[in-house]
Design a protein around this ligand. Structure first.
Ligand SMILES: Cc1ncc(C[n+]2csc(CCOP(=O)(O)OP(=O)(O)O)c2C)c(N)n1
Length: 327
């Protein structure tokens, strides 16, 4: 019997939740540049606009008790994992109510309850951490899974290969998801990687590698769902390369002039949100008006998140002496 496709597996309410999550992340991220320029946020700011189908597809393919670990482009990922936008915004504002109590900022979000284990700034540095989380799962003999997201740049790092090797050797329940957005800061993949088909990099470790359209949320969902199922059944790691694009520069300080207008236009036409909306309407799941109502609700939610962040207190100066490594 032919396996059901995600379009058949998912109930309309799941499809709407997927749509809502992508809109929420886009609204959140697109509100940030203005707030940043008003001096409300400090440090770096790496936005996720364009990549929503990856994070949301991944999160919907996991169980709540599964772990997620990521690099610094993670505001969208922690929200996809369940964090309320107001706590994420408060973190960007450096407030005591933030997910990391104002100490992490944009790059170091963390929420143990949500099993979102960060938020890391060193390219590739979190891959061994994800394997460690997976190893802890094995050690405790539980059936959770860890999904690790990273950029294309990370696959050129030594730690990528060490992590792949150990995960395969010990059949660690980890799913590696490479968000290939075409660039590491301003350097295109082909200029940095000897192999531009990044999904093939896992073959040295006899780990299945596959490529998926990272602008199609259901394609990501389906690939990750199968990989998570395999990991949970003791079959070890899978490595998925999701082909995607970031609509903005690498960080807030990057105008992204290394990309042509034509290239940007091609990818804008592949924007995962309006394309998913069009699918939902064409398939008869929802009307345009119903989806517009969701857009409006999410815009209000983000406005409330900004108000919450603005009204939240700064951390107590005494907090400087807590959460130190020496503890
Ligand atoms: C080990 C290390 N080297 C260099 C940097 C500087 N750096 C920050 S982001 C970045 C590009 C990474 O690109 P990629 O992994 O593709 O992720 P993306 O930003 O596209 O999400 C670099 C080189 C760093 N943070 N860590």
């Amino acid at each position: 019997m032919k396996e059901k496709s995600p379009r058949e597996l998912l109930e309309p309410r799941d499809l709407l939740a997927i749509y809502r999550d992508m809109v929420r992340i886009r609204e959140f991220e697109e509100s940030c540049p203005k707030l940043y320029s008003q001096g409300k946020m400090g440090g770096f700011l790496h936005l996720y606009s364009g990549q929503e189908a990856v994070g949301v597809g991944v999160a919907h393919a996991m169980h709540r008790e599964d772990y997620m670990v990521s690099a610094y482009r993670e505001h969208g990922l922690i929200m996809a994992k369940g964090a309320e936008p107001k706590y994420v915004m408060a973190e960007l504002f450096g407030k005591a109510t933030g997910v990391s109590r104002g100490k992490g900022g944009s790059m170091h979000m963390f929420d143990a309850d949500l099993r979102f284990m960060g938020g890391y700034g060193i390219v590739g540095g979190h891959l061994p951490l994800a394997v460690g989380v997976g190893y802890a799962i094995l050690y405790r003999e539980s059936d959770e899974v860890v999904v690790c997201l990273f950029g294309d740049g990370a696959t050129n790092q030594g730690v990528f290969h060490e992590a792949m090797n150990m995960a395969a050797l010990y059949r660690v329940p980890v799913v590696f998801v490479c968000e290939n957005n075409g660039y590491g800061i301003g350097t295109s993949v082909v200029r940095a990687s000897s192999l531009d088909q990044l999904y093939k990099k896992s073959c040295a470790y006899e780990t299945p590698g596959l490529k998926v359209d990272g602008m199609d949320v259901l394609a990501v969902y389906e690939a990750v769902r199968q990989a998570v199922h395999k990991a949970r059944s003791g079959e070890g790691p899978t490595y998925i390369e999701a082909i995607t694009y970031r609509f903005r520069g690498h960080s807030i300080s990057d105008p992204g002039t290394y990309r042509s207008e034509q290239e940007k236009k091609i990818w804008q036409e592949r924007d995962p949100i309006p394309n998913f909306a069009a699918f939902l309407v064409q398939a008869g799941h929802f009307t345009k008006q119903e989806l517009a109502a969701v857009d409006g609700e999410e815009q209000e939610l983000i406005k409330a998140a900004i108000r919450f962040a603005e009204e939240s207190p700064d951390p107590d100066p005494e907090e400087l002496w807590t959460d130190l490594y020496v503890e």
